[in-house]
Structure formats: structure tokens, C-alpha cells
Design a protein around this ligand. Structure first.
Ligand code: HPA
Length: 285
């Protein structure tokens, strides 16, 4: 495989690789298209087990797919029916901190597009920066901040996927936001709304970084989702993003240590209600 300077795919390869991956998936699922994609964050992967008529495809079997390395991330694509939609659920995503180049991180999103998906729903575990909220709260992502220099669309543009310069002012689909709010209300969920900030990790932030993040206008911090949202916007996929606030971010509660176990534990506690919300939203979009 030919790599560019940063270890990503060179452009001529991209469409071919996307097609190879999509063709393999189409053949495995016996369908030519899906309605949408779901990316299931830490602790939320089990939701995919409730799809009906599902086909489970290990990432390692999909041509050109990276392989996930994080505990709690299974590394398989489950395609099936969720209510009235055919969805492809990613049980496990690819993170920048694992060492993948940004273009690898977003490759599955572009494969969803190649499968004719119209939307992606991105979920994640995030640290809670907003002092008025608490671990276990769910947050609708209304906007995001990414100040790191890298960008998944950096490099030659694939015009067949999207524009060189593309709008991000409506990255989070307003109709989807309304549906999510409505469905949360119906379920009695106190759904928060806020700004998610991407920081590359894998180190958690320092208390000073969290104070800076709050000053910049973020309500939550995490190590995923934003690259995927950028790639989805580039290829015109509609996006809904929801964070599970698994822990108060560094320093918010004083001198308390952060660890991945807490992130997974909180994810497990809310997974039932989180899954129900996603299920109801998918039905309505
Ligand atoms: N910081 C960054 N990413 C996270 C956190 C956090 O506190 N919790 C879960 N993902």
C-alpha cells in the first residue's frame, strides 16, 4: 500500500479503497445500501446486539479497514434493522491517539457514504466540563471546537466526495437536534445541550487545560467524534452527536484522579436509557 508522508492513503487510492470496503460489506449484507451509520462509543457497543436480521462483520475482514485497539471497543460492524431503518453500527471506532492518521480515523464514515447512508449518529464518552452537570448526564452536541492542527480532510481533496472548502456552520443537523430533544422529553431524560471539544489524548487533560477549555466555551471534552463529524460534513452526511458525560473533567471536583474504568462504569450505567434514546431517534429521522 502506498502511504503519504503522514502514513495516510494517497488520494488516487482513496476512492478505490472505499469502493473495495463498501463492495465487501454489500456482498456480506446482501444489500446495496444502508440508511445510516451509528458509531457506538465506550461502553455503548452492546446496542448493536439488539439489531434484528443482523450481519456481524469483523473489521479485520473488511478490506482496508483499520483495527481497533482499545479495551471496551469490540472492533466489528453490525449491520441490521433498528426499527424502520437499516443501520451499520460500529462497535468500536478508531481514535487518533491510537496512532492512526486522521484519514484512517474517518475512513469508516466515508465507507458509510459509499454505502449510500444519509446520516451518521456518533456517540461518545466525554469528560464533563460544565460545573452544573453531573456524570451520567447525556449531552446533545450542538457544536464543537477543535484547535489541534491536524484535520482529516488535509491533503489533496477528493472532489467526488466533497468540496475543498466546506461549511461547518450546520455540522449538527438542526432537524435531528429537534428530534433528539423531543424524544428525550418523551423518555423523561434531562438531555443537556452543549459544545464538545476534541483533544487528542490519550492523556486526560490537566486541571489548567480544563479551565482553559471552559473559558473557550466547551461543556465537554473527549478524544473522538470531531474528526468523524468533519468527514461526514465533507461528504454531506447528516450528523447527530450525543455524549455520555462519564466523569467530571480534571480538576472540576478538586484533587480527584481520572481513570478509564470510571468512564466505562458510567457508560454501562446509562447504556439502557442511552440506547433507548438512540432507538427512538433513529425511528423518527
Ligand atoms: N477527557 C477526555 N476524554 C474523555 C474524558 C475526559 O475526562 N472522559 C471520557 N473521555
Amino acid at each position: 500500500m502506498i502511504k503519504n508522508f503522514f502514513g495516510g492513503f494517497i488520494l488516487e487510492d482513496l476512492l478505490k479503497k472505499l469502493e473495495e470496503s463498501a463492495d465487501y460489506i454489500k456482498q456480506r449484507i446482501n444489500r446495496n445500501k444502508i440508511d445510516g451509520g451509528l458509531v457506538l462509543g465506550s461502553g455503548l457497543g452492546e446496542m448493536a446486539d439488539s439489531l434484528s436480521d443482523s450481519t456481524i462483520i469483523d473489521y479485520k475482514d473488511i478490506p482496508n479497514f483499520p483495527v481497533s485497539t482499545v479495551p471496551g471497543h469490540k472492533g466489528r460492524l453490525v449491520v441490521g434493522k433498528l426499527g424502520n431503518k437499516i443501520v451499520a453500527c460500529m462497535q468500536g471506532r478508531f481514535h487518533y491517539y491510537e496512532g492512526y492518521s486522521m484519514d484512517k480515523v474517518v475512513f469508516p464514515i466515508q465507507v458509510m457514504k459509499k454505502l449510500s447512508a444519509e446520516f451518521v449518529i456518533l456517540t461518545n464518552a466525554a469528560g464533563c466540563v460544565n460545573k452544573d452537570w453531573k456524570p451520567g448526564d447525556l449531552m446533545l452536541i450542538t457544536d464543537h471546537i477543535k484547535l489541534s492542527w491536524d484535520n482529516p480532510m488535509r491533503g489533496p481533496n477528493e472532489d467526488k466526495l466533497g468540496l475543498r472548502f466546506f461549511d461547518m456552520s450546520h455540522a449538527y443537523d438542526s432537524r435531528f437536534l429537534n428530534i433528539a430533544k423531543e424524544e428525550a422529553k418523551n423518555l423523561g431524560i434531562n438531555l443537556r445541550e452543549g459544545v464538545y471539544m476534541f483533544l487528542s489524548g490519550p492523556s486526560f487533560e490537566t486541571p489548567a487545560e480544563i479551565r482553559a477549555v471552559r473559558t473557550l466555551g466547551a461543556d465537554a471534552v473527549g478524544m473522538s467524534t470531531v474528526p468523524e463529524v468533519i468527514a461526514a460534513s465533507h461528504c454531506n452526511l447528516k450528523v447527530l452527536g450525543i455524549s455520555c458525560l462519564t466523569n467530571m473533567a480534571a480538576g472540576v471536583l478538586g484533587d480527584v484522579e481520572l481513570n478509564h474504568e470510571e468512564v466505562l462504569e458510567t457508560g454501562l450505567k446509562v447504556k439502557k436509557v442511552f440506547s433507548q434514546l438512540i432507538r427512538n431517534v433513529v425511528e423518527k429521522i
